[in-house]
Design a protein around this ligand. Structure first.
Ligand code: BTN
Length: 247
């Protein structure tokens, strides 16, 4: 099944749209339900990090029930890739993906994507794909970003219409997601937007080990192929604490 149209659940404030969407999915909500909130009190990012979510940002979580359940981890890449396309379509701004799930403008993070999968035994039941985008926020007021973040407002010098940006991202996501479900090699398309490729990167594993390497290409399940001391190694997002691009 694929979402012909999105069914939006609009909320003023929630703890996290991820939790609200998961509850709906657990209750049987079909693919295409999207929980959107104006603000979140406990927005979260990867590795348990906080996602500061004041009014003015875009916070939404999509309920997905992909049939090609072999690669749900690719979804955060598809999400980030759609955010790049949606931002450009809504504002003309160019952005790029910092593998696996960040969207950067001029090296600063403007958006993050979080895919949370739920299984029944070994079968994928659903994925909740969360997208957070700094639209009209001043990043100096965002907790924990320490000068590493930006917003569409700060890049454009004027506020954006959040609903328009949201619609463009959902349009782009639907197109890429449908092509992915139909078996298209979306990795090749995604690679054009992954700014990480060709760069020197430092990756910190959840085990604490740090690896300094060169990012080469994406691997079929969405992993990042890197060159470390002359050897090719595949990094998997779920094993990493963070990945930084060297300037
Ligand atoms: C990251 O960069 O680590 C991912 C951030 C994902 C934030 C979004 S905002 C909407 C959805 N609700 C959440 O609590 N998190 C995601």
């Amino acid at each position: 099944m694929r979402p012909a149209i999105w069914h939006l659940e609009l909320m003023d404030e929630v703890s996290s749209t991820q939790d609200a969407a998961s509850r709906l999915a657990e209750g049987g909500a079909p693919e295409g339900v999207v929980v959107v909130a104006k603000a979140q009190t406990a927005g979260r990012g990867r590795s348990g990090r906080r996602w500061d979510s004041p009014v003015g940002g875009l916070y939404m979580s999509l309920v997905l029930r992909p049939s090609n359940s072999a690669q749900p981890q690719l979804l955060s890449l598809v999400g980030a890739f759609s955010v790049v396309l949606g931002i450009e379509s809504a504002t003309g701004l160019k952005s790029s993906v910092r593998w696996p799930n960040d969207v950067l403008i001029r090296g600063r993070k403007v958006s993050g994507v979080l895919a949370e999968a739920s299984y029944s035994g070994k079968t994928l039941s659903y994925v909740v794909l969360g997208i957070g985008l700094n639209c009209n926020s001043r990043t100096s007021s965002l907790e924990g970003t320490q000068g590493t973040a930006t917003s569409l407002l700060e890049e454009l010098g004027r506020p954006v219409e959040v609903t328009n940006v949201r619609e463009r991202i959902l349009d782009e996501f639907r197109l890429v997601y449908t092509r992915w479900l139909d078996g298209a090699d979306i990795l090749k398309d995604a690679e054009r937007f992954v700014g990480t490729l060709g760069k020197q990167v430092v990756a910190k594993a959840k085990s604490g080990a740090e690896l300094s390497c060169t990012a080469l290409e994406l691997e079929s399940t969405g992993g990042l192929v890197v060159l470390n001391q002359g050897k090719k190694v595949v990094l998997h997002a779920e094993d990493l604490e963070w990945l930084r691009e060297e300037l």
